[in-house]
Design a protein around this ligand. Structure first.
Ligand SMILES: [Zn+2]
Length: 251
């Protein structure tokens, strides 16, 4: 079977269904109930979309610099829909309330999830300095959380890599070579921003590392627990039947 779990990581799956941040249901139908626009600058318009969940009726708000809507009419009823030409609705929306951080697995520590979400939001608005700052803080907080010490940045990442030998070594190598993290500028707050492609690489690398460190072990644990339960059931059954066998022997 094809793995479709990446769809759970989106806000809007397509023009019909989304993952609701309120009732946490995946693949649930939604309706666009209102749309407005206002002037972000004198040259640039911003569009606001209000979306209602057909399961729980709660309404979320989404901002975009693009006009994403078309109107469908069914007899007398007019209906807003996202344009079917749009391949990835999420990538056109730069800010949502509730935020999209629910799409990151909640087994990842909240602070790290918030920083990733903020970095992604900044990146969508092309606020590269803000996004870069969030990512640097995310790496810093990861090292603190994992109680990693070391002489310099590269040593610390190496230490982290050793601590998690099951994780893909290449991911840590990308982290350890991040431009400027290795320089003394770390302490000076005088960073240059990273460009958007480089930021995207760092964000995706960190997301994968977070998944490896905080989600995968939990999934494994749950599976092992499940297997243990199954085995216990089998053993109990065996015991029961053998004791009833020995009983029938003595009869
Ligand atoms: Zn809902």
């Amino acid at each position: 079977m094809t793995d479709m779990s990446h769809l759970d990581k989106k806000y809007f799956i397509d023009r019909e269904v989304y993952n609701c941040p309120f009732c946490n249901r995946n693949n649930v139908k939604y309706r666009i109930i209102h749309s407005y626009h206002f002037d972000w600058t004198s040259e640039k318009k911003c569009y606001v979309y209000f979306v209602s969940c057909s399961s729980c009726d709660n309404v979320s708000m989404h901002l975009s610099f693009e006009r994403l809507l078309v109107y469908n009419s069914f007899g007398n009823i007019m209906e807003y829909k996202f344009d079917e030409e749009i391949e990835d609705i999420d990538s056109n929306i730069f800010y949502s309330v509730p935020t999209s951080f629910f799409v990151l697995d909640d087994r990842i520590p909240r602070l790290l999830r918030e920083l990733i979400t903020e970095a992604e939001g900044c990146l969508k608005m092309n606020f590269l300095t803000g996004s870069s700052a969030c990512m640097r803080k995310a790496i810093y907080e990861l090292l603190v959380k994992e109680e990693i010490s070391g002489e310099n940045y590269e040593d610390r990442i190496k230490f982290l890599k050793k601590k998690y030998p099951n994780s893909d070594a290449e991911l840590f190598d990308i982290l350890s070579h991040i431009q400027q993290m290795t320089s003394d500028k770390v302490h000076e707050q005088s960073w240059d921003q990273w460009d958007s492609h480089y930021l995207k690489l760092i964000i995706e690398t960190l997301k994968t590392i977070f998944y490896d460190l905080y989600v995968l072990p939990q999934i494994k644990k749950e599976k092992t627990n499940y297997i243990t339960q199954l085995r216990e059931k089998v053993l109990t059954k065996k015991k029961e039947s053998s004791s009833s066998d020995s009983k029938s022997d003595t009869d």
